[in-house]
Every structure is written in C-alpha cells, then in structure tokens.
Design a protein around this ligand. Structure first.
Ligand SMILES: Nc1ncnc2c1ncn2[C@@H]1O[C@H](COP(=O)(O)OP(=O)(O)OP(=O)(O)O)[C@@H](O)[C@H]1O
Ligand SMILES: [Mg+2]
Length: 414
C-alpha cells in the first residue's frame, strides 16, 4: 500500500488533492517535518510527499524530507503542486524535488495511473492529521453582514451536531463580543482566544490546549470562548494561531466570526472547507447583505453558502434570490424559519428537538445534511428517514430582475 503525504495551507485544495490521491494509496496531511516522521513511523514508509507551492520555507522542507523520509533506502519522492517561477524551481530540483504538477493533482502526470488501487483496501477517505485519531472533516466559518443575524445560534448548533455525531468538534468563538458559551448554557470560563496572541501558541501541546476549552455537556462540543468584551477586536493573527493550534487535534472546527467582512475572515477563509453567510430576510437589510455576499463570493466562490435566517414566509426569499441572480452568485441558498417557540424553551438546542414537531429543527438538519454533516443513527436523520425534511432551496433559474439592484449598487457582476 502506497503512503502519501500532502502539505497545503489551503484546506479546500488540500481536501481536493487528498481525495484524488486516496484512489492510489493511504493519504495523510501534515504540517511539519515532525508530523511527517510520525506518519513514517506509524506506516513504516512514505512513498511521496506532495508539497503545495504556497507552503512557506519550501526549500528547507524539501531538504529535510530528503534527510528524514526514506522508502526502501531511497528518499521519498517530492512533488510540488502549483506554480513557481523557473529560477526558484531549478533550485528546488537541485534540492531534491522530483517534479511539479498543477493543482488539482493529475495522477497521470505524476505516474500514479500505473498503479491500480488496491481493491481490498478501505475506499473511504481516511485523512489523519499527523497526530493519531484526529480525522479532518470540516472547518466551517460563520459570518454575517450585521450583528444579531444568527451566527452564534447556528454555529453553536452546527458544532453540537457534529460533536454528537463524531465525538470530536470544537467551536472557536472569534467574535470579540461573542457569547457562544453562554448560548450553550455554560456560565463561566477561565481561558479565551486571547491566549493565542503569540505565534508560538500554535505549537502548544494537547494538554494545554484542552485546558483552555469548556465542554457543552449535552453534545460534547468543546468551546474556545471569546474574551467577551474585553477587547475591541480579535486580530486576524490571533484567530489564525488558535485555528492552527487546534487543527492539529480537532478534525472538525466551527468558527463564529464577528459581523462584517473582517481581517479574521480574510485570513481564515483559505483554511475553511465551508463558509456560511447568515443574513436576515428584511428588505431594509438587503443592500448590506448583498454587499457582503458579493465580497464573500469574490473571495471564496466554491465555499460559500447563504442562510436566510428567521423567515416568516417563503415570499421573503424572493428579493435575495433576485439579487443573487443579478450578480450571478451561484452559492447555495437555504433558509431557516422564524422560531420563537423553539428559542423560548431552554432545555434543548432547537436542532435536537424532534424534527416532526419543529420545522426549524427539520430545516436546520436539512442544511447540515447539505453540508455533508449527516448521520442517520445519531443527530441528523437521512432523507429517507425524514421525508418531510426540506430540500435545499436552489436559486431559481430566471426570476426577472426588476433592475433595482443595479440602481442601488451602480454595478452588476458580469
Ligand atoms: N430563526 C430564528 N427565529 C427566532 N429567533 C432567532 C432565530 N435565529 C436567531 N434568533 C435569535 O436572534 C438573536 C440573535 O441571534 P445570534 O446571537 O445568534 O446572532 P449573531 O449573529 O451571533 O449576533 P452577534 O453579531 O451579536 O454575535 C438571538 O436572541 C436568537 O435567539
Ligand atoms: Mg454572535
């Protein structure tokens, strides 16, 4: 069985290449040479390392791989993924790089097509992050055009569902005015994301990292709280340090960001597997919502999903549909109903309410299913188990735009 390691700072690209390579062997991702060595020690050998050209200190990494990772006595092959200027590339070939391939990896280009996949091996993609038992699934960012749109409500429930299903999920509250832990009914905290001010916090050991978290008893979701109004913003670097520290041990991370298009979003977007923009249906919020959605879509078109939260009737979706159509935004659009009863009861997170009794629970489960978060046995029923579950609402093919958006924004995407 071939063993491959992929290194990429962009979670989306990483996931895509891991998927491609998993047809040809066992694939791991790693963030340091130590983690690669751990993989080698566990697996016995490493056949090839795929190093994205966006990884810092590439030359140094290539040299270290040559020294530390060997298969049958000779060094593991190092392939670069991406683009690079010819001079730097020549230097890297000298350092031991075998070839450069475009993203996404084309197996024919790197000679993998000659090896047939082993049919007896598990075909499921099993991605281990250097450290045993952490399985990388999701890094989901929640953002919104303004305060009170529902980020914390939805992100905490999303985290809780993943935690219940996988036994392993973390919510990072990266909103300086955030109250995620309170929303989960937790009353006190001692540590917060502020502990991640310095770059070296990325390397904290597992024990220290766990000590900073509080646990939501009902679901097992871990929470890294916000400092709660002690600061006026969470610097992008701080949010990144926290994400990179916990990413080593947590496969599933949900991040609750501050409203607006923030520097923290700009920095974390590349690590994300999914980006969710939560907005309200009120017409006077539409302009702000569209501005935000346009920016998010420009920044990460493939990762973006939109949730219109607190819908009182289906018609309220129409203006935003028209907006998406006019700006050619193809991001999936879903909605959640206005649900005062569900939020009035304090016993359970609404998503855990019996779906037959709660439209909100049903619709949120359907959205999570659309995100690939589903488990028929546990928190989220499958479509067949839950025939009433609403489908994701696609942007309709051609609602005729009345042109008001053009007037409002002075430009229309082409
Ligand atoms: N679908 C809904 N129906 C009714 N009430 C809702 C719904 N979603 C959220 N709420 C309520 O709206 C309020 C704001 O929600 P929430 O705190 O999640 O927003 P937020 O985007 O995190 O706000 P902030 O930017 O201030 O952090 C809360 O009181 C919440 O209970
Ligand atoms: Mg919030």
């Amino acid at each position: 069985m071939k063993v491959f390691i992929v290194i990429d700072v962009d979670a989306g690209r990483l996931a895509q290449n891991i998927k491609i390579l998993s047809d040809y062997g066992k694939v791991f991702d790693a963030r340091s040479v130590q983690e690669m060595v751990q993989v080698r020690e566990r697996e016995g050998h490493v056949d090839a390392v795929f190093l994205s050209t966006n990884v810092p200190n590439i030359r140094e990494t290539v040299v270290k791989i040559g020294k530390n990772l060997r298969a049958d006595g000779s060094p593991a092959h190092v392939f670069l993924i991406g683009e690079m200027n010819p001079d730097t590339l020549a230097d890297l070939f000298d350092a031991g790089v075998r070839d450069i391939t475009r993203h996404p990896i084309n197996p024919v280009e790197v000679g993998l097509h000659k090896k047939l996949p082993t049919l007896t091996d598990e075909r499921e993609i099993s991605v281990h992050f250097g450290t045993p038992q952490a399985t990388r699934e999701k890094i989901i960012l929640f953002c919104s055009p303004k305060g009170g749109d529902g980020k914390t409500t939805i992100s905490t429930q999303t985290g809780a569902v993943i935690a219940k299903m996988t036994g392993q999920a973390l919510l990072i509250d990266a909103d300086y005015a955030g109250n995620a832990y309170r929303k989960l009914g937790i009353t006190s905290m001692t540590h917060s994301i502020i502990d991640f001010e310095k770059e070296d916090s990325q390397l904290l050991d597992r024990h220290s990292l766990e000590n900073k978290l509080i646990t939501h008893q009902q679901s097992g979701l871990k929470v890294l709280p916000s400092p709660w109004n002690e600061h006026t913003s969470i610097p992008a670097k701080m949010a990144e340090n926290a994400l990179l520290a916990y990413r080593r041990f947590y496969g599933n991370i949900v991040v609750d960001l501050h409203q607006g298009y923030t520097p923290a979003f700009e920095t974390l977007k590349d690590y994300a597997t999914d980006i969710i923009c939560v907005c309200r249906p009120e017409e006077d919020e539409l302009e702000r919502a569209m501005e935000m959605i346009i920016r998010l879509y420009e920044a990460a078109p493939d990762k973006l999903r939109i949730i219109v939260n607190g819908l009182r009737n289906e018609k309220e979706l129409q203006p935003i549909r028209v907006g998406l159509e006019q700006f050619k935004i193809k991001a999936p659009l879903s909605s959640l109903p206005y649900a005062d009863k569900e939020f009035a009861q304090r016993k359970e997170l609404p998503v855990f309410l019996e779906p037959k009794r709660s439209l909100y629970s049903r619709e949120l489960r359907a959205i999570l299913k659309g995100l690939g978060i589903t488990n028929s046995k546990d928190a989220v029923p499958t479509a067949t188990a839950e025939p009433g579950a609403s489908k994701e609402k696609e942007t309709p093919s051609a609602p005729k735009g009345p042109g008001w958006l053009r007037k409002k924004f002075g430009r229309v995407a082409d």
